[in-house]
Design a protein around this ligand. Structure first.
Ligand code: AMP
Length: 398
């Protein structure tokens, strides 16, 4: 069975084609600047060189068509015809309270996604456009939606209710939803497998630390709390996102600086985080570099970041009445031994001890805790596309 996984952003489209016989990636690629001058498609077949097309991609229909041409091209394609593709799995950002798992997309699902668009105005409309493009260009091929929010639908009310008037939850569905669910699910399952423990009897704290970051408390295979909230702005300090701030700061700043809601939103989402504190960059590599060269604000940014992660790990150990393992994943979590060290240095009271040599390695799933560590600490590269492909296959097999 061959499954195409699509991740549509407002001006981008990422894809991976899987052969589910052995879960091999046959090809992957990225369309950028859809609808903007300078668009391009980078196609990466598994056993050949990358191919770059610089044609204008007017909209997502054109981009999907171009991807299909690349996948079926006699020279650098990986299938003879699109008929070989059995299903398409779509990454969908927001499933609201409608979806606690992945689903085959039909009209009712699309209606629900439309309703969730208000909650994720930058993402869900793009996901719907991608679904429509596939329906048009691959008629009769099953489409599956896999939601970033679904894994967190098991959170209890005490974790998802905000202490604002209840009517706003009823009226606007304002509550914690959580994101990166596909990643938290994948790495927590992988952790249990690596530690040879039953997933249903393991308390795991998963730290997805990339440009966006979130932490999840996974008790016995279920998300019971997570740091992102109503939107992906809440929680940790991120590349450009502020994470938690006293809500009063926002009204104060809006008054002082005469800011519109859009301008305030832009500051919190695009100009804050480690970029805002350091003034250097949103990229942790640049900040680590600046800090090593004595830049005090870069050092402060890393310090604030790691302190907040460590506090949340402590909070989730309390929420689960213990923790068996901590997992680091995503760009920073997988690659930055120094950040993992900064965080784990706060966790001595939990009995966390890091093995310096293993913590300096990169590029594969591994344990970085020392043999005397009471809590096992793992680095696991995330693979959201594989989860989407697996869910799609499972729904089709049913
Ligand atoms: P992601 O959003 O998961 O792609 O992660 C992107 C972030 O990972 C970037 O902001 C980088 O700062 C960070 N990152 C990637 N590689 C490294 C590295 N070797 N050292 C430190 N940070 C890294």
């Amino acid at each position: 069975m061959k499954i195409l996984v699509l991740n549509c952003g407002s001006s981008s489209l990422k894809y991976q084609l899987f052969d589910m016989e052995n879960e091999a990636v046959l090809a992957k690629g990225l369309c950028e600047r859809i609808g903007i001058e300078g668009s391009k498609l980078k196609h990466q077949p598994a056993c050949q060189d990358d191919v770059i097309f610089e044609d204008y991609l007017e909209d997502h229909d054109v981009a999907v068509k171009k991807v299909m041409e690349a996948l079926t091209n006699p020279e650098y394609g990986v299938v003879k015809s699109m008929k070989e593709i059995n299903a398409v799995g779509h990454r969908v950002v927001h499933g609201g309270e409608y979806f606690a798992g992945s689903v085959i997309i039909d009209d009712a699902v699309k209606d629900a996604l439309e309703k969730c668009s208000e909650l994720a105005p930058l993402h869900n409309p793009a996901n719907l456009i991608g679904i429509a493009a596939c329906e048009k260009l691959m008629p009769g091929v099953a489409q599956v939606g896999v939601f970033d929010t679904a894994f967190h639908q098991t959170m209890p009310e005490r974790a998802y209710l905000y202490a604002i008037p209840y009517e706003y939850y009823e009226k606007y569905k304002i509550r914690r939803y959580g994101f990166h669910g596909t990643s938290h699910r994948y790495v927590s399952e992988e952790a249990a497998r690596m530690l040879e423990r039953p997933y249903e009897q393991t308390k795991t704290i998963t730290c997805h630390l990339g440009n966006g970051g979130s932490i999840c408390a996974v008790r016995n295979g279920k998300s019971i709390d997570t740091t992102m909230g109503f939107t992906p702005l809440e929680g940790l300090v991120m590349g450009t996102r502020a994470g938690d701030v006293d809500a009063a700061v926002i009204t104060f700043l809006m008054e002082k600086e005469k800011l519109t809601p859009q301008e305030m939103d832009n500051i919190l989402n695009k100009k804050s985080g480690v970029l805002g504190i350091s003034g250097v960059s949103s990229d942790f590599r640049d900040i680590e570099d600046a800090s090593e060269h004595g830049n005090a604000r870069a050092e402060a940014a890393l310090d604030v970041f790691a302190y907040k992660v460590a506090k949340r790990i402590g909070a989730y150990a309390a929420a689960m009445n213990g923790v068996d393992c901590i997992v680091f994943t995503a760009g920073l979590g997988e690659n930055s031994g120094s950040t993992r060290r900064l965080i784990c240095d706060y966790l001595g009271y939990l009995g966390v001890h890091i093995d310096s040599y293993n913590n300096s390695l990169r590029g594969k799933a591994m344990e970085i805790s020392a043999s005397d560590s009471r809590v096992r600490v793992l680095v696991i590269p995330t693979n959201e596309e594989l989860v989407i492909a697996r869910d799609t296959k499972e729904l089709l097999d049913k």
